[in-house]
Design a binder for this molecule. Structure first.
Ligand SMILES: Nc1nc2c(ncn2[C@@H]2O[C@H](COP(=O)(O)OP(=O)(O)OP(=O)(O)O)[C@@H](O)[C@H]2O)c(=O)[nH]1
Length: 407
């Protein structure tokens, strides 16, 4: 009997222990998985409803452990605040810029010029103010002019005329000397030369066509963009032609310039035929009734024949629509004599009607204005005086010389 009682007690204890184990196991399963993550980024909104997770069944394995290391609060990136976009914002075009008027730009920008140039003006005036204007002094005057890249023949002419006038005048007050020097420099640059740009619609209603040519890196695309602004400032409607298909970014650059002032850019595929882009630009400008079409060309100077082929073709193809009104050669003033060599090559390929001298803000060799005009027999029509959008000015000899020697 004692054995029976003992067996019953052992059985009751065993049943109790098994029941306790089962309950605690269930409780453990109900606890959330242990993790240090306290903030989780919200799941992105899915378009289709997420499939329903299946109810766990008794005996199912617990979820496998996460492989990604747990993140702390600092590591978890909070979702960005949602930005509300109104329908007006979506359709609103960027505000157009109003370029500065072109008249008087050179006067406004003269400090850029005198900053780098007035060594020339000051140097000359100091020399001319010496008590005795002997041979050595005149030689020094000549050297100063040559250093500014005016060129040998124009320098000799200028010195000769100055010598004669100083001799005739007799007295030499600083004001008189300054006046003489100003007159002679303006005369040398060409006070009466026609520097106007032909940008108005032609008599038959077709747009004026301007080709911008020059070696890569001289500031050709920038100049085309700035010139587009000059034309818009002068009240023209403008179409830009991105015929520099050689450098991929050039067309984007030009388009950005155009968009800022509301001028459309006609472009072609990268590496495409520049002549075909130029042709399309003129065609579209005619269709739109634009006043002016401005074509930025690629000017690779690998070989003269290559350049001749490319530019010659662009010009010929464009002329199927009618005559080209301006061919503007862009030259970098900081390259000095090298610019003259380029000018010579381009002049042999196309009939240049005007020169744009860029980067005059970064050189003391402003005399290149004189040299390049002499070389080509073509006037400087515009000068670049900085990287700003309106830092391209119509060239005026009087204001230019005043900036050189101070007034
Ligand atoms: N300081 C100064 N920089 C200028 C002037 N004009 C152009 N630049 C700069 O010259 C650099 C070259 O200009 P781009 O217009 O790209 O030259 P590009 O001749 O078109 O060159 P490609 O497109 O390669 O043919 C740019 O950094 C311009 O901002 C200027 O008058 N003054």
């Amino acid at each position: 009997m004692e054995y029976v009682i003992l067996a019953v007690v052992i059985a009751v204890i065993a049943v109790g222990a098994v029941a306790g184990l089962v309950v605690s196991g269930r409780r453990r399963k109900e606890l959330p998985p242990k993790s240090t993550t306290t903030i989780a980024p919200p799941a992105p909104k899915a378009e289709a409803p997420a499939p329903q997770a299946e109810e766990p069944h008794v005996g199912d394995e617990a979820a496998p452990p996460r492989e990604a290391p747990a993140q702390t609060v600092e590591e978890v990136e909070l979702p960005a605040e949602p930005v509300e976009v109104t329908p007006e914002q979506v359709t609103e075009a960027p505000a157009l810029e109003v370029p500065e008027p072109t008249a008087g730009r050179l006067v406004r920008l003269r400090s850029r010029l005198s900053r780098s140039q007035n060594a020339l003006g000051k140097g000359l005036l100091t020399l001319l103010s010496r008590d005795r204007l002997d041979e050595d002094t005149w030689e020094e005057i000549e050297d100063t002019l040559l250093t500014a890249d005016i060129g040998v023949a124009p320098t000799q002419e200028l010195v000769e005329r100055l010598r004669t006038r100083v001799k005739v005048l007799g007295t030499r007050s600083p004001d008189e000397l300054r006046g003489l020097l100003r007159d002679e420099l303006v005369e040398l640059i060409g006070a009466d030369t026609d520097r106007s740009l032909h940008t108005a619609k032609q008599e038959d209603g077709r747009p004026a066509v301007l080709l911008v040519v020059g070696v890569n890196g001289v500031g050709k695309t920038t100049t085309s963009g700035k010139l587009g602004r000059v034309l818009v400032a002068d009240g023209r409607t403008v179409v830009l032609g991105a015929a520099d298909t050689f450098r991929a970014a050039a067309a984007d650059q030009l388009q950005t310039w155009g968009e800022r002032v509301g001028a459309r850019t006609v472009r072609g595929p990268e590496g495409g035929d520049p002549a075909s882009v130029a042709f399309d630009a003129v065609k579209e400008a005619i269709a739109e009734g634009a006043d002016t079409v401005l074509i930025d060309t690629a000017g690779r100077l690998h070989t003269k024949t290559g350049l001749m082929d490319e530019l010659g073709k662009v010009k010929r193809v464009v002329e199927k629509h009618g005559p080209v009104n301006e061919v503007l050669l862009v030259l970098d003033a900081t390259t000095g004599q090298n610019g003259l060599v380029q000018a010579r090559v381009f002049a042999e390929v196309v009939d240049i009607t005007g020169i744009v001298l860029t980067k005059l803000d970064g050189t003391a060799k402003g005399g290149i204005v004189v040299a390049v005009q002499r070389e080509l027999g073509v006037p400087v029509k515009l000068i670049g005086l900085g990287e700003g959008a309106d830092d391209l000015a119509p060239f005026e000899p009087g204001a230019f010389v005043d900036a050189l020697i101070g007034d």
